[in-house]
Design a protein around this ligand. Structure first.
Ligand SMILES: *Cc1c(COP(=O)(O)O)cnc(C)c1O
Length: 424
């Protein structure tokens, strides 16, 4: 499609957009009395209008029923998480029994590492990407130390080539093969939080399995953003937070995937708790642990229902729309933003560089822009003008036009504001 940098053209695209009406389903913060242009859904998604009623429902049931709400609430609390299995499985490409919600992201990854990072004297290394999200780095270091190994020996990072912003798939696979039988676990962020690069999950997972390793993915920036087929790709395990592209609210409950092939393996070590115990027998209070067959066997505690409720509202919205529609719009909208950035860059003198891959299969909705020169001032100016973006040291602005609630006109308007700021 040939794009144009005009308001009319942007409005035409909006008129053809089947998701257009969903913009009105979200609540926008305001700056100077006007709705902001919100480009930080990769950090904290906006609040859907319907979410409050999901939370109110729990509050009301609790008020009216007290403890009886566990079984008699409108959506009973004791197995509330089961409502996520169908819709979440469509979002991440899995069987319903492979996905659930529990805890928070880093906690889930730790718990899954208990089962899937089983180092031995000869096979103890973890392969991850260079500059992984800090929480993942701390997690790797603490897990390795917990098992009595030294992070310097046990953690192997895949590097970017000199002068390149992204990591090549061939280099990931070469590193896996090089470390070979010493690899216990490959665990990478499916979409890099800094550059927006999407990793080739299928090929990397296959390469990890070839050398006999387990392969897990941190899908914080991938879930609800890019196409996932976790079951078919034979991913061993994965986890994601729900507050980024999935609009569940700050710090809310996280998603978790364990492949079916591991479900009946009772020898897998895990940290257990009563909510992972066979549902029929849970309240018999017996002392021998009998895990639910399926990912729910990794549940530990009584469910944080007030934190699950907003996520349920969100997951139901995804189900209404379908990932395919979101992905189609995301591709076009991100391409339009890329076009607008290139147009503006040609018109102004101080220049910037998009470091996110330009190939639409290697990126999701985020574009990371390296700003040469007065980057921090430009960031401050944009925020004052009601464009909510984020700044990552030393000089990167991340822009995520989330397809659910960003219009083409927003992207056009952003371009106009940006141009003014750069001509000053
Ligand atoms: C956002 C993010 C996290 C956050 O982890 P929490 O446990 O939810 O705080 C972890 N990993 C990656 C890659 C992220 O982008």
């Amino acid at each position: 499609m040939i794009f144009e940098n005009t308001k009319d053209f942007a409005r035409q695209l909006d008129d053809q957009d089947v998701l257009q009406k969903y913009k009105g389903e979200f609540i926008f913060p305001k700056v100077n009395g006007k709705n902001v242009i919100y480009f930080t859904g990769n950090s904290l998604g906006l609040q859907p209008k319907r979410t409050k009623s999901y939370v109110d429902e729990i509050m009301n049931d609790w008020a009216e029923l007290g403890v009886e709400g566990h079984f008699f609430a409108q959506k009973p609390w004791w197995d509330y998480q089961e409502r996520f299995a169908e819709p979440l499985s469509k979002i991440v490409g899995s069987l319903p029994s492979e996905v659930t919600v529990m805890n928070t992201l880093t906690v889930n990854l730790h718990l899954l590492m208990v089962s899937f990072y089983r180092p031995t004297k000869t096979r103890f290394k973890i392969i991850c990407e260079e500059k992984a999200f800090p929480s993942d780095q701390y997690m790797f270091q603490s897990q390795v130390r917990f098992h009595g190994y030294n992070p310097e020996d046990a953690i192997v990072e895949i590097k970017r080539r000199d002068g390149e912003h992204n990591i090549r798939t061939e280099d990931v696979i070469a590193k896996i093969n090089e470390v070979g039988e010493e690899v216990a676990l490959v665990l990478i962020g499916g979409v890099n939080y800094y550059t927006g690069q999407v990793f080739d999950i299928r090929s990397i997972t296959a390469a990890g399995h070839q050398v006999g390793a387990k392969v897990g993915w941190d899908l914080a920036h991938a879930a609800g953003n890019v196409k996932l087929e976790l079951h078919d790709w034979e991913v061993d395990f994965a986890a994601w937070c729900s507050y980024k592209y999935m609009n569940s609210g700050p710090g809310n409950a996280a998603g978790c995937f364990v492949h079916e092939k591991h479900h009946s393996n009772k020898d897998l070590p895990r940290f257990a708790g009563w909510w992972g115990h066979n549902k029929e027998k849970r309240f018999k209070m017996e002392s021998e642990f009998d895990p639910v067959e399926g990912v729910d066997g990794w549940q530990i505690s009584n469910l944080p229902v007030l934190s699950l409720a907003p996520y349920l509202a969100s997951v139901e919205m995804f189900d209404e729309v379908g990932m395919q529609v979101l992905i189609e719009k995301r591709k076009r909208l991100t391409a339009y933003l890329e076009f607008i950035l290139t147009e503006i860059d040609n018109e102004v003198t101080s220049s910037f560089e998009i470091i996110t891959p330009s190939n639409s299969s290697e990126r999701g909705c985020q574009l990371s822009v390296l700003v040469h020169g007065e980057g921090k001032n430009l960031f401050g100016y944009l925020m004052k003008q009601g464009v909510i973006i984020d700044w990552r040291e030393p000089n990167v602005i991340r822009l995520a036009p989330v397809p659910f609630y960003t219009s083409y006109e927003d992207v056009f308007n952003f371009g106009q504001i940006l141009k003014k700021g750069m001509l000053k």
